[in-house]
Design a protein around this ligand. Structure first.
Ligand code: 1GP
Length: 257
């Protein structure tokens, strides 16, 4: 019998189970020079990050292959594309978040772009991770809501987010992503994460505006399966800070001295 290869998604879930929750480092290559890109990827692997997400809202896409090759030369962490547009695909990556913007009502971001890019992913043999993507109001307009021409879910309406994620689960999606937006002033409220994780059995990724390890830990305690941090490391390039953030998310890992 042919043994099926474990998918990147199943490896991510296993890594999350081992650590209590998973830490995903988001790298927007436009924000790093080559040396600092390699440094943060190496440090993330050393401190036990679960995967690297790569993408950006205005990334120059033709260099994506090169960026991923550089990262994979220094770490064996899974590299997953977090696409800012359908132009961001690469055969060098291990998987791609196949995002459907379920919080919006713009058909292009719900299904249209997916139809365009599906045959390309098949050709590239790039694993799609079916992801229900929800924009959550963070107090200010975000690039994602502007570009997608869609409204975020009000931050004081956890039950609306929960109903969206339940619908995504019933539609067969694999994971939900609660997004406050890159560099958001206010991250996704814990009440909402709690409501979503109590209502649906989908694993939940939480990202946007997380700057402190304590904040990351609170997202996990509220029910997040994965925490994404990007912007904070662009502003504050410090190995110890990255390590503290990863340790805060890995609730099952004993702290090292
Ligand atoms: C953005 O959720 C990610 O799409 C991460 O946000 O860059 O604010 O950490 P930050």
């Amino acid at each position: 019998m042919i043994q099926k290869r474990p998918t990147v998604f199943s490896k991510l879930l296993a890594s999350k189970d081992a650590h209590g929750a998973g830490f995903l480092l988001l790298i927007d290559p436009d924000k790093y020079d080559e040396a600092s890109l390699l440094k943060i990827a190496t440090d993330a692997a050393e401190f036990g990050a679960d995967a690297i997400l790569i993408g950006g809202s205005v990334m120059i896409s033709y260099r994506l292959d090169e960026y991923i090759r550089h990262i994979k030369a220094v770490t064996s962490l899974p590299v997953i594309i977090f696409p800012g547009s359908i132009m961001q695909v690469s055969r060098e990556a291990d998987a791609i978040l196949y995002l459907s913007l379920v919080s919006g009502r713009n058909p292009e971001y719900l299904i249209g772009n997916h139809v365009t890019v599906a045959p390309v992913l098949q050709q590239l043999q790039l694993e799609p991770i079916s992801t229900a993507y929800l924009l959550i109001d963070s107090g200010k307009p975000t690039s994602a809501s502007f570009i997608s021409n869609s409204f975020p879910i009000p931050r004081n309406k956890p039950e609306i987010a929960a109903a969206h994620v339940l619908a995504a689960e019933y539609m067969g999606m694999s994971i939900a992503y609660l997004e406050a937006g890159s560099g958001a002033e206010k991250s996704v409220p814990e009440e909402m994460i709690y409501a979503v994780s109590r209502t649906s059995s989908l694993p939940v990724i939480v990202g946007g505006g997380i700057r402190e390890p304590e904040t990351a830990r609170r997202k996990v305690e509220a029910g997040a399966s994965f925490v994404v941090v990007g912007n904070a490391f662009e502003e504050h390039r410090d190995r110890a800070y990255l390590r503290e953030m990863i340790e805060a998310v890995h609730v099952k890992t004993p702290k090292t001295v």
